[in-house]
Design a binder for this molecule. Structure first.
Ligand SMILES: Cc1cc2nc3c(=O)[nH]c(=O)nc-3n(C[C@H](O)[C@H](O)[C@H](O)COP(=O)(O)OP(=O)(O)OC[C@H]3O[C@@H](n4cnc5c(N)ncnc54)[C@H](O)[C@@H]3O)c2cc1C
Length: 382
């Protein structure tokens, strides 16, 4: 049976980007329908590490410039969303140490520190002993570390669910279904979207927030959307039993190979993360699990004592040039792209969503997203 539905704005994709966009639109008095092929937060937004950092992928200048704003919005959401929905999404500011085990690693971290200082981001240098004074579990391998106090963590599944629930309270709705095309009378006007089951939804604006599946929209738009999936696996570690000593209550990262350990407030500790190009395959693998654990054990003695409580795999939406695509699609009146955030979509979710909601409701955006415009894909080879 085919049905039709309508709202001010149609959002394709119920990940962090789509759900926060629905929330910020609802705050501006606009109704939204989130159209989702699987489930809210069923993609990477539900299984990410939830680390609010701009440094996990490429340190793209245009993205970095948005980092203070998105951190401020995250801090606001940590107040407003739980008050609205009753869902604690585990926002936690905590120290994070980038560690080195070689002199080359130390040099890399010191260069990183001075680059951050030039952006007015202060990170303190610690000797290995000073690092171990913060956490006794840090191994003797570590010869130096850079301390950061401005990279909180969240539970990204709860954040996405909470954003959608808050949007629903403001009038948003969700439709299950896979979008297969735009409804357009021509001249760059879209009046709605078509779904695989023959249903239609109509709206004045369309936001495409399809994560790693965004490339499918290229043929609807007749415009390149160079986003590809990259699999990332995480292993969850349950703390050893009571009496086995203090918890590891800081985040750790090894600069030499990128392995990391994140202590979360609402879930077991995360060890991650792998980067694999295997298409849309979301299987977990023994190979990634073993490599992640072996590398993480070089950071913390706690790893060898813990038990494995879970393993997940999900897909990052990788853009061709390492920068997200956010803004109006060239040649279209009211069709927007909000995708390609690679390994930083949870971090940049709020600023992206607020920017798109502002563009749709007021025609202007208070954040500098001009460098993220999808116009640059016109010259990208895909
Ligand atoms: C292992 C791992 C760890 C990560 N850790 C971090 C981290 O610590 N910090 C951070 O900031 N980022 C992290 N990321 C990246 C982050 O998870 C992503 O950038 C972010 O979740 C992308 O959100 P999204 O809304 O764009 O896409 P998704 O979460 O993938 O959501 C897209 C949604 O669109 C739906 N969809 C797709 N096509 C259609 C269609 N045609 N019709 C209807 N629905 C459709 C999908 O079903 C999906 O639910 C991590 C990623 C991985 C893989």
């Amino acid at each position: 049976m085919t049905t039709t539905d309508s709202a001010d704005v149609l959002i394709v994709g119920g990940g962090i980007i789509g759900c926060l966009t629905a929330y910020y639109l609802s705050q501006r008095g606009l109704s939204a329908i989130v159209i989702e092929a699987d489930g809210i937060a069923s993609g990477a937004s539900g299984t990410s590490a939830g680390w609010l950092t701009p440094y996990s992928h490429k340190n793209d200048r245009a993205m970095l410039a948005l980092s203070p704003t998105t951190l401020r919005l995250h801090a606001e959401l940590a107040e407003t969303l739980p008050a609205l929905t009753g869902i604690d999404h585990g926002y936690q500011p905590a120290p994070y140490l980038r560690c080195a085990i070689t002199e080359d690693g130390v040099a890399e971290l010191l260069a990183f520190q001075s680059q951050r200082a030039s952006e007015s981001v202060v990170m303190e240098w610690l000797s290995g002993e000073e690092a171990r004074a913060m956490s006794p579990w840090i191994t003797a391998n570590i010869i130096g570390a850079l301390r950061s106090d401005n990279e909180p963590t969240v539970d990204s599944y709860r954040l996405t669910m909470s954003a959608f629930q808050a949007a629903e309270m403001g009038g948003a709705r969700m439709i299950f279904g896979r979008v297969v095309g735009l409804i357009s009378p021509g001249d760059g006007v879209a009046t709605g979207v078509r779904m695989e089951n023959g249903s239609e939804a109509h709206g004045d604006a369309v936001v495409l927030a399809m994560g790693p599946w965004s490339g499918a929209a290229a043929k609807w738009l007749d415009h390149p959307v160079p986003v590809t999936p990259q699999r990332g696996e995480l292993v969850y570690l349950a703390a050893p039993g009571e009496g086995d000593g203090p918890e590891l209550d800081i985040g750790l990262n090894l600069v030499e190979d990128g392995s990391s350990i994140l202590r979360k407030r609402l879930s077991d500790t995360i060890v991650g993360v792998s980067k694999e190009y295997v298409g849309f395959d979301r299987s977990t693998t023994i190979g990634a699990r073993d490599e992640l654990l072996i590398n993480a054990a070089r950071l913390s003695r706690r790893v060898e004592m813990a038990s494995i409580s879970g393993q997940t795999a999900c897909l990052r939406p990788i853009s061709a040039d390492g920068r997200a695509y956010v803004g109006l699609v060239p040649g279209w009146d009211a069709v927007y792209l909000a995708t390609g955030h690679s390994g930083e979509g949870i971090h940049y979710g709020p600023v992206t969503a607020d920017a798109i909601a502002g563009l749709i409701s007021d025609g202007i955006c208070e954040h500098d997203i001009a460098p993220l415009s999808p116009t640059r894909t016109s010259t990208t080879n895909v």
